[in-house]
Design a protein around this ligand. Structure first.
Ligand SMILES: C[S@@+](CC[C@H](N)C(=O)[O-])C[C@H]1O[C@@H](n2cnc3c(N)ncnc32)[C@H](O)[C@@H]1O
Length: 279
């Protein structure tokens, strides 16, 4: 056992803000910080900063998940439940930014695809709450990945409540509390949702975006980027992200993986998206 690393894990998870984060990500970031900082204290601080950048910065306040679940469970009908989902999506900056375009986002980007029977939602945040807006097959299986254990437990319970296409029912699927830098999603799927996740992963580790794209086994990939930074700055961001996307596509060894990619671009007020179809 690596004692300083385990001590760092204990120190970091003493803070409620980082307690629910996947230990494999804390260890990965902590090991890098221990190697480069002069003291243990600085390494703990550096790890917390990194975790804030990739996760904590998207939350304004701690979420009361039991209360959120109770609201969803006691909703009188599907329409009320959709409204509660909208309210809850406000709690994470990434889904909050998507609310003004939610009615068109999935309807537009996924229009014309064959029935989507399996989804992997990579670095999902609260995005599974948008399932009622996604044109999915009634028998879809949904896999959601993120680093927050408390959020994922809530989302697992939510999958048992949510219906497809306005129907009452439940969605089959599973949440995965794991660091996708260390362990990328393994399930093959009709659709991978990689929404606003690549800049965040790349910030954690250079080369992470290309590695992830190279390993995902999906027929269609919906990849998106924010139109603005978390602080609200937008100037030139779209252009930068678009350039990053094309560099990534051109740099990913499609031939080696036997992939030929067809790409459609969509520009929304708050998000830039690309639907990649592999064959
Ligand atoms: C910009 S948000 C995007 C959330 C969601 N995809 C959306 O568009 O609404 C980035 C998400 O990545 C998650 N995340 C960051 N690093 C991760 C990692 N190494 N493994 C899995 N999830 C990660 C964060 O917790 C956060 O929910």
């Amino acid at each position: 056992m690596n004692e300083p690393l385990e001590e760092l894990l204990t120190a970091v998870t003493q803070s409620p803000k980082y307690r629910a984060i996947a230990p494999d990500l804390i260890r990965r970031m902590g090991a890098a910080e221990l190697a480069k900082r002069r003291s243990f204290k600085e390494a703990v601080k550096g790890t917390k900063n990194k975790l804030h950048q990739v996760g904590g910065a998207y939350w304004d306040t701690a979420v009361d998940y039991p209360k959120a679940l109770a609201r969803l469970q006691t909703a009188a009908d599907e329409e009320t439940r959709r409204q509660i989902c909208r309210d809850l999506m406000r709690l994470h900056a990434s889904t909050r930014e998507r609310l003004p375009i939610l009615d068109e986002f999935y309807a537009t980007t996924l229009a014309g695809l064959p029935p989507i029977r399996s989804v992997v939602d990579v670095a999902c945040g609260l995005n599974p709450l948008a399932i009622p807006w996604m044109p999915l097959a009634a028998d879809v299986v949904y896999h959601a990945y993120d680093i927050y254990g408390d959020m994922l437990a809530f989302l697992q319970a939510y999958l048992g409540l949510v219906g497809i296409n306005g129907e009452t029912g439940a969605v089959s699927g599973r949440v995965h509390h794991q660091d996708i830098l260390s362990q990328p999603p393994a399930e093959p799927a009709d659709l991978a949702l990689i929404l606003k996740a690549l800049p965040c992963l790349e910030q954690a580790e250079s080369g992470a975006a290309a590695r992830l794209l190279g390993s995902i086994q999906a027929r269609h990939l919906l990849i998106s980027y924010p139109a603005q930074s978390l602080g609200g700055r937008g100037k030139g961001m779209m252009e930068n992200y678009e350039a990053q996307f094309w560099d990534l596509v051109n740099g990913t060894p499609k031939a080696a993986s036997g992939r030929d990619w067809h790409i459609t671009r969509f520009e929304f007020a708050t998000e830039l998206a690309f639907l990649v179809t592999t064959s």
